[in-house]
Design a protein around this ligand. Sequence first.
Ligand SMILES: Nc1nc2c(c(=O)[nH]1)N[C@H]1C(S)=C(S)[C@@H](COP(=O)(O)O)O[C@H]1N2
Ligand SMILES: [Mo]
Length: 235
Amino acid sequence: MGLIQVPRRRFLQLSGLSSISLLLGGCAFSVFEGIAGKAFEPLNQSIEELLLNPQKPVPEFPASQIEPDALIINTFDFTPQIDPVAFRLKVNGEVNNPLSLSMADIQQMPLSSMTIRHVCVEGWAAIVQWGGIQLREIVSLAQPKANVRYAYFKSADGYYESWDIASALHPQTLMAYQKNSQPLSVENGAPLRLASPIKLGYKQSKWVTNITLVSDLLPYKGYWEDQGYEWFAGL
Ligand SMILES: Nc1nc2c(c(=O)[nH]1)N[C@H]1C(S)=C(S)[C@@H](COP(=O)(O)O)O[C@H]1N2
Ligand SMILES: [Mo]
């Protein structure tokens, strides 16, 4: 039962902190660092090491605990309509092999499925099953350079996010195209969205069109982060 209690307790701490960081901006970062603890360690690991040695998976929930109605649609502005046939996921930046992948390309790669808890700072959570391709598969296909430390995600609605590379390469960080064993709906981010049990909901970009691998964070970090929300946002 620790499986359920730990994320819930963390969630309460995090939601408190999110309002603090909203008030104090960057000043709350050191407070958060203490709570996040070892979550910060992987930031120092090289990308080669991370690709070679996958990190430990987070325990999952049995499929019987999926809460089909609990995932609330949360979209800051509008729902972009993307033609899934014309769609290409672009992967570029500090890579030796830039990619432009169709959904057919992506769906030919191994399908990973996981049942995890999605946690939104607005005060709700939902156990969801996501299916898709591990982001680490896509990143390794792009042949990242040794200096890569962050991934930027651009979405079709103007949303943007940045992640530390360790979290992006976690085995349960997926580019998902299925929800609860069904094709992903447009509202939930079709054709492709981020899904991961190790980050808060706002890190999990829907309608991702571009992934850019970089060595340093840019002055803009994420849609909510640039308005004061915490950047690492680990669970
Ligand atoms: N492109 C994009 N991605 C996004 C958002 C958004 O507004 N635009 N909202 C985020 C937030 S705050 C949450 S909680 C989840 C919600 O996912 P859902 O709408 O599929 O439940 O999407 C995240 N990803
Ligand atoms: Mo959210």
